[in-house]
Design a protein around this ligand. Structure first.
Ligand code: PMP
Length: 362
């Protein structure tokens, strides 16, 4: 008997998200370089705040996240009233789709854009629309051409995952000014802190009423396992998103750790400096082994192999040596592997193994 219980249209078209393994069976000393995590984790202040928050586990957490919003506002020079916090920036992306896109509406993103945009748009019943890039770089003209009277949301990540590339402020401003009146531009700044002096698009949010910025504690802050993100936008949009947010969406531990982390900018600066140094080293080492990559502005490198077959073989070779990197076939980049910039020893290990692979070592 076929079930009469059926999901909303579009849901069954969503491919299941394939997460990264953190271990390889039978291999000791595995290094996970597949999820763009900070290899150093969070700083001591965030670890201690998390530990202490456990004492209040019988108490419901704050519903308005006032402490965390104030700390973010103070650090980033933003109005706390226009900040919303969520379970990773994924949840902010979900809120935007739930609130602004539905059946008959279109949600735009780029060809190699972050996978959550498609999942979340489809979950809301909207039509995901993928727009071409120019040599793995966001193409503002293509996005503007892709807009229609049905476009409700336009997502770009800057820097982008999985390409690592980014576009300049003037291009982003041109996109914000050119999208249709009924559409919101979402600037995903998950990797913004890796770019020294970059505001992630906050200035554009201030200047316009159709731009939202999303940010995360999962990357440079080293708190991916705790799931905390935030968004910044015009008051009228943040007010809408707060209406669909679960009142207790973040726990005491999440709020405490994030608040301590944002106040610990020394850890952020140290993480950025290490990433910048090791990213340059890794890109150069791979290039010397005949594996080029685009200039990355984030904490990973998109390594390009000669063919999809070679990329797959390299992935298998690395895995057998305990090095877990990310195949990006689902991002339509079948000849590439995305490699997180780990600590120095991980970078050396992965570069050495790729050198061996290219040299034909069995
Ligand atoms: N945006 C981009 C571009 C990402 O790469 C990621 C994580 N991979 C996210 C958003 C979501 O991160 P989180 O939900 O952990 O904040």
């Amino acid at each position: 008997m076929t079930s009469k219980i059926i999901p909303q249209p579009g849901i069954m078209d969503i491919a299941l998200y394939v997460g990264g393994d953190s271990k390889v069976a039978g291999v000791n000393d595995t290094v996970k370089l597949s999820s763009n995590e900070n290899p150093f984790g969070p700083g001591d202040a965030a670890r201690e705040a998390f530990r202490r928050a456990g004492q209040d586990m019988h108490r419901y957490p704050s519903t308005d996240h006032a402490g965390l919003r104030a700390a973010i506002g103070a650090q980033y020079g933003l109005d706390p009233e226009r900040i919303i916090c969520g379970v990773g920036s994924d949840e902010i992306i979900h809120f935007l789709n739930q609130a602004y896109a539905g059946p008959g509406d279109e949600v735009l993103f780029t060809e190699h854009g972050f996978s959550m945009y498609r999942i979340s748009a489809s979950a809301a019943g909207a039509t995901p629309v993928e727009v071409r890039e120019r040599e793995r770089v966001t193409d503002v003209d293509a996005l503007l051409e892709g807009c229609s009277e049905r476009t409700k949301l336009v997502f770009i990540a800057n820097p982008n995952n999985p390409t690592g590339t980014m576009i300049g402020g003037n291009e982003v401003a041109r996109l914000a000014a050119g999208i249709p009146d009924q559409a919101i531009l979402v600037l995903d700044g998950a990797y913004a802190e890796y770019v020294q002096g970059f505001d992630g698009g906050a200035g554009l949010v201030e200047a316009r009423d159709n731009v939202v910025m999303t940010r995360t504690f999962s990357k440079i802050y080293g708190l991916g396992g705790l799931r905390i993100g935030w968004g910044y936008g015009p008051k009228h949009i943040i007010d809408v998103l707060n209406r669909i947010r679960g009142p207790f969406n973040l726990s005491n531990a999440q709020l405490a750790a994030a608040e301590a982390a944002v106040k610990d900018q020394a850890h952020v600066e140290q993480s950025r400096a290490e990433n910048t140094r090791l990213r340059a080293w890794l890109a150069e080492a791979l290039a010397e082994h005949g594996v080029p990559s685009d200039t990355s502005c984030a904490n990973f490198i998109l390594a390009r192999f000669a063919s999809p077959t070679e990329a797959e073989a390299a992935d298998t070779f690395l895995r057998a040596r305990g090095l877990i990197v990310r195949r990006v076939t689902s991002y339509n980049l079948p000849n590439c592997l995305r490699i997180t910039v780990g600590d120095e020893s991980s970078c050396r290990r992965v570069a050495h193994a790729i050198g061996q692979f290219k040299a034909g070592v069995e």
